[in-house]
Design a protein around this ligand. Structure first.
Ligand SMILES: [Zn+2]
Length: 248
């Protein structure tokens, strides 16, 4: 397994801003002895410009925390166990016409296999994809605090018992939850599809509980370093896949 740490941009940009600031400060120090009106005006303009440019830059950098995340090389192999995955786009009756999700499903399944599942002999295969109109699931803000039970209840009729079912909702319609996973069902926000939340919730959907191991996919603390299933988890998932596939 190869690990690569991507550099953080914050310090680089901050250094550059300081260098520019120092250059101009030196310039004004040298010229201010014989300063005239034009130079003073220029100095005020420069100071305002510096303030306007640097503050948003620093703020936007601090928001990019995911630049610090640890990525690993995707790895593809012929899996020992294969499970089919249905993708269900949750819509409201008002949004259905807009086809509001734009997910490349093949890319998503490749991401899950390459980054997480194939290296453990587990393969996800795209089943069907469909839209589901369900107002309760579409806007989960009304069910804050009871999202998991709402999800299980509302998906009871629509989930395929011979597959893993991934329900995708809009990030803006759920508060403080990245995903839910249980009983062959995953609910995940569109913003978290290509993050370790996806394999984590699939792990739950296939019977796994949380783990304290630092790089374990079922860890809840350090989301940026989640890469592995341990041997017990791998065995448990494979047994569960066998049970599910018997229903086919
Ligand atoms: Zn969890």
């Amino acid at each position: 397994m190869t690990k690569t740490t991507k550099p953080t941009l914050d310090s680089t940009i901050f250094d550059s801003i300081l260098q520019i600031k120092n250059f101009f400060n030196n310039f004004f120090l040298k010229t201010s002895v014989n300063g005239n009106g034009a130079k003073d005006t220029f100095k005020i303009i420069y100071q305002r410009f510096f303030f306007m440019v640097s503050i948003p830059l620093l703020l936007s950098c601090s928001a990019g925390d995911d630049l610090d995340s640890v990525a690993i090389e995707p790895e593809f192999a012929t899996p020992e166990k294969i499970i089919k995955v249905n993708i269900i786009y949750v819509e409201s009756s008002e949004t259905l016409d807009k086809s509001s999700y734009s997910l490349d499903e093949t890319e998503f399944i490749n991401y899950l296999n390459g980054e997480y599942f194939h290296r453990f002999g587990i393969g996800l295969e795209l089943g069907e994809s469909k839209s589901l109109i369900n107002e309760e699931l579409y806007d989960l803000r009304d069910n804050e605090g009871s999202e998991p039970s709402t999800f299980l209840m509302q998906s009871q009729e629509s989930y395929d018992k011979s597959k893993v079912n991934i329900y995708i909702v809009k990030r803006c319609n759920i508060l403080g939850i990245a995903g839910i996973g249980r009983d062959q069902r995953v609910l995940i926000t569109d913003e978290n599809l290509f993050t370790s939340t996806a394999p984590h919730e699939i792990g739950h959907a296939l019977g796994l509980f949380h783990s304290h191991e630092s790089e374990n996919i079922m860890n809840t603390v350090n989301k940026n370093s989640r890469h592995n299933f341990n041997e017990d988890q791998e065995k448990k998932i494979k047994n569960r896949i066998d049970q599910i596939n018997l229903k086919n």
